[in-house]
Design a protein around this ligand. Sequence first.
Ligand SMILES: O=C(O)CCC(=O)C(=O)O
Length: 266
Amino acid sequence: MLTEQQHQHFKTFGFVVLRQLFTRDELAVINREFDHGLESAYRHLPFDGTVRHWVTMMGKSTPFFASLLEDNRLCGVAEQLYGEDALGVAADANRYVGNTGWHPDTHSIHQYGIKFAFYLQPVGPETGALRVIPGSHRNPYHGELRKVMPELGLHVAEVPSHVCVSEPGDVVGFDLRLWHASYGGSSDRRMCTCVYYNNPRTPEETETTRSQGANNGKATAKYNRPGDPLVDPYWLANPEGSPKRQRWLDRLLELGFYQDATGDDS
Ligand SMILES: O=C(O)CCC(=O)C(=O)O
């Protein structure tokens, strides 16, 4: 759970940094599963530092990651922010290559939630730390940036921002609408995320969440794994009978998620 001050920080600036959320032992497991998950997904295209690798980590062979969405340290925060019915959507692993340009992780201000991002190497201002534009999760600023950012033509590092310096074990939670980027990272930047969506209530929220789900379906092809499922059938089968996961699945399937069996990248 966030303290009152962290909650206020998140609401005001659109992000919060949770220091040392994962223990050393957990980090050892995370690193092992990270290697295994990405290696297995990309046997056909081994990593050579030129293209990003990305995979959801919700299968039987990566049990720590597969249980992460239900970890109270993360889902407790999502529920605090969006209510008990917040939806766990995906846990993933990435090997990033180079800079990431400025973007929010949603196509509409009406589709929102939180992404927890954690880097497996230390990252700083010149070495690929997440940069965020505080307050850009809210309109009118959010919408203004959509218009102005392409016209400004600024280099990633020229945009005024806050740099979320982080050590392994730290987790940055940010609103999916927040504009973010990274600069100067290595050609093998190891980063993982867990994503939760607000359960849409209004017609606009419902429509934009549906369309986000449809768009998510294109990601496995985009990241050179056409035909792979977005989310491992093991997670969808909910073998442990988790009531929370079942509630997420029922709602997400109703919203058209996971139906074409391909993936989310944001
Ligand atoms: O670490 C990066 O390069 C950017 C991460 C990012 O854009 C994201 O997780 O949405």
